[in-house]
Every structure is written in C-alpha cells, then in structure tokens.
Design a protein around this ligand. Sequence first.
Ligand code: TXA
Ligand code: MG
Length: 319
Amino acid sequence: MITIPDLTQAITILSRGGLVAFPTETVYGLGADANNEDAIRKIFLAKERPYDHPLIVHIGDITQLSAWASDIPPIAQKLAETFWPGPLTLILKKQPHVLDIVTGGQQTVGVRMPHHPIALALLKAYGKGIVAPSANKFTHISPTTAQAVEEELGKKVDLILDGGPCEVGLESTIVDVSDKTPAILRPGMISAEKIANVLRMPITTRFSSQIKTPGMHHLHYAPRTRTELITQENLSSFLQTLTQQDLPIACVIRKIKPIQIQGVTWIPMPHDVHAYAHDLYQILRHVDHQQFKRIMIEDVPEDSAWEAVRDRIKKASHD
Ligand code: TXA
Ligand code: MG
C-alpha cells in the first residue's frame, strides 16, 4: 500500500534532483524530473546506460502532451485519446526546451501517460514530466516487481514505491508518429493490428533505423544464463544432443509436454498471451537466479497478438 506520506516523500526527492522508482502497468520505471539535467544524469549512471539511448517523458494528463511535443499530427492525437492512459509511447517532434539528455540529441521525444494508480497519482501530484526508463541495469530484464528493482539498482535509487507486480509485464508499444508514415519501433501489448484499426491505415514495424531504436543492442532484455529458443518440432533432437555439460537446464514451455529427464526442469507458461506476458520477466528473472547452465524457451505463435512476447523472447535468447 502506498500512502500519502510516500507520495509526499517521492515528490520531495524528485524536486531535489533525486531518483524515485515507481510502478507502471508495464514495468517499473526509474524516475527523475524531466527538466533536471543533473538528476537525469544519475539515471544513466545508475543504469550504466549509454547516453545515446533516449528516455520517455511520462505525463499525468493528456493535455501535457503539447508541453513536450510540437507539430502533433491528428493521428498522434487520436492514438493518445484512444490508448492513454495505457501502454503506448508516442515519438513526436520535440519542443525546443526538451533537454538533449532526454532525447539523446535527437529532434524527437517519446511521451507516454501510464495506466497505474500510483504512477498517475505521482505524476498528477508532481505536475511536471518525469523521465523514466525501465528500472534495470542496461541490457538486463526489466523489473516487474519492487523486489526486482531493489535487486537491480539497490542503493542507487532514493525511494522505491511498491505497487506489487505490474499488470502488463512487458514494456510499452512505441509508435513513431513524428513523420508522415507512422511506424512501430518496439512492439508491445497494444498490437500493430489494434493501432492500424484505430488509424484505419496499415502500420509497419521498423526495426532497423539510424536512430537509437529500443532494444537494438544485442542481448537486450536478456537473462545472464545462456538462453535459446526451441520449437515443439526440434525438441526431441535437441534432447538427444544434450550432454552432461549442458545440465542442469531449464525449459520454459507452453505447448510442449514435459518428460521426466534427469537435470531438466520444466517450467510451464500460461497459454493466454496476456497471462504469458505478465509472467515472462518474473519467471526469467527467477530462473536466471538458479544454477542452470542453459535456459530454453519454447517458441510462441506467429500471430500479431504475440508479436511483443515473440520480440522479447528473441531478444532474451543468445543466438
Ligand atoms: O513501458 C515502458 O515504456 C517503460 C515504463 C517505465 O514506462 N519504460 C521503458 O523505458 O521501457 P526504456 O528507457 O527502458 O525504453 C524506452 C525506449 C528506449 O530504448 C529508447 O531507445 C526509446 O524508448 N526512445 C525514447 N525516446 C525515443 C526517441 N525520441 N526516438 C526513438 N526511440 C526513443
Ligand atoms: Mg529498458
């Protein structure tokens, strides 16, 4: 339970240039005042994140969008009105005052209004924008609980607001609407299909681009244990090639039926995509803490609803 004194303390810390980790519906964010360059530098130091990876400005009200973005096209307005508060980040042309440390020196800024009572209460009470990357070390798995934030950043955060496990469990969908043709830069649980339906136009996913797109670093969102993807079809040949040196091994499965094999731990995942997304990071984090030599993750369906999960398990895998 977050109390009013916690929020008051959070606001004091932010005003003085400190860092506050807070829950959102996607993952926990590491927050700093979006206008305070010194405070924002602490985020990069705490995360050990390169400065050319821009940050998302979080706002508590849709009317604050124009304080950060300029030339907002009707499609951006439409997406904000449809999906905010919610797990969607819009990339737009920035207002001149937006700091280079926020945008990575680019002319665009990412903005999002999260859907979480604590995040919204904090943002509304603070009244100003809060930049918040996921509250993990660079390239690690994003935290979906307050304990995971503590584990990742410990004393580098002045305060962690505990809101329990995050509902969505994967980072927001990022849509670039700064140009004539909108494009998805990072898939999330608001799928391309849902966005295309609202905009009544096709939308492409742009993975490779000159700008620093999310998670393009190889081994982004990755456990430290060697992680690979496996399909139901190649399971038996895979099991035959296993040697004593590969064991113990964890198999994160969905459709595959577990078979009793010495040294193989089977971890069944939900069949439903929302439940799967909700659990994924927590399970990978848990498995990563144990002494497995390898983690295998069973592939997921090819359809649009699974795109975000597919993207994250690919990024988690080392091959
Ligand atoms: O769900 C989320 O989006 C979470 C929660 C805390 O809100 N935040 C999050 O932030 O995932 P972060 O920093 O871990 O990932 C944001 C990604 C970065 O990889 C960055 O490259 C991209 O957003 N990004 C931010 N501003 C951008 C811009 N102007 N152009 C292109 N990409 C941008
Ligand atoms: Mg991140």
